[in-house]
Write a new protein. Structure first.
Length: 169
């Protein structure tokens, strides 16, 4: 959701938007596997250009995707670790982007940079787009070797011992 709009992404078409009724193409938007809204932006991740790329709409305008310092529409890549962005979710005013073995927090900082991405783990990531739950305690997500909680500091493994052994095997 983005204000009165519903936003959807699929890797085979541009971003879709609906205010009432059916979804329609947002013509200038990228193709992306993931879309998240935060801090007045719609952010597309894992785009058809690069699996490690993010692209944000203009501030308060989910229909404007033309790169411009004036509208704060921009893009970038998360290159601190290999692999595609496999999942993302809003975290307060921020966005957490997950790769399979790493994670990044994007914070809105204004023009010209717009979003500053900080890598918070080089070992823990998420297994996929549907493997995150946003809870009052933080993101609970499935990593390659167990279940984790991200509370805004570092990812913490949950359920060590018997529970984790049962779940992972």
């Amino acid at each position: 959701e983005f204000f009165d709009s519903r936003i959807a992404a699929t890797p085979t078409a541009v971003i879709q938007r609906a205010t009432t009724g059916d979804f329609a193409n947002v013509v200038s938007s990228p193709q992306a596997k993931i879309v998240v809204s935060a801090s007045g932006f719609v952010v597309a991740l894992n785009t058809s250009n690069n699996e490690d790329e993010w692209h944000c709409s203009a501030y308060l305008d989910e229909t404007d995707w033309a790169i411009s310092v004036a509208t704060q529409c921009t893009s970038g890549r998360l290159l601190g670790s290999p692999g595609p962005i496999v999942a993302a979710a809003r975290f307060g005013d921020d966005i957490v982007a997950y790769k399979s073995r790493s994670m990044y927090v994007g914070t809105y900082v204004g023009a010209p940079e717009v979003w500053r991405w900080r890598q918070v783990s080089t070992e823990v990531g998420c297994t996929g787009i549907d493997a995150i739950a946003d809870t009052p305690k933080g993101h609970v997500f499935q990593g390659a070797d167990g279940i984790y909680l991200y509370d805004g500091t570092t990812p913490k493994r949950l359920g060590d011992g018997v529970i984790n052994s049962w779940y992972v095997t």
